[in-house]
Design a protein. Structure first.
Length: 131
């Protein structure tokens, strides 16, 4: 009935970006280890070997890249993003079943309802265009 107040496309966009960053952080040292093992063995003693962990980290980075790509694909193909995307969507339920004001009715201030319902406490007002 009420639905989620958080903007799902915006959350998927942020999650995809974080997965992409995690894949980059995982991919860089694994590739360096695989590509520079021979140089380390030449420079020092021949005791360096990439081992199974480097390949597991490469597989994990590939999974993170795939997940990030699917999140971006879902976002680009399926949803339009309202601005600002980190703000929650307006709720679809009425304030009360009858048109009487509730006891929790406040006078509207300089901030919109979307800004007050934000799950992330950001002190950025959502400015409305003057009518």
């Amino acid at each position: 009935p009420c639905g989620c107040l958080v903007n799902s496309p915006g959350c998927h966009l942020v999650a995809a970006t974080l997965l992409l960053l995690a894949a980059g952080m995982t991919l860089a040292p694994s590739l360096w280890t695989l590509l520079h093992t021979a140089e380390l063995n030449r420079r020092y003693q021949p005791i360096w070997a990439p081992g199974v962990c480097a390949y597991m980290a490469l597989g994990s980075a590939g999974g993170l890249l795939l997940s990030s790509g699917l999140f971006y694909l879902w976002y680009c193909a399926c949803r339009a993003l309202p601005s600002p995307f980190w703000q929650p969507l307006s709720s679809g339920y009425p304030e009360s079943a009858v048109s009487y004001p509730t006891t929790l009715t406040y006078a509207s201030g300089p901030y919109s309802r979307r800004s007050r319902l934000s799950t992330i406490e950001i002190d950025i007002p959502v400015l409305l265009s003057p009518s």
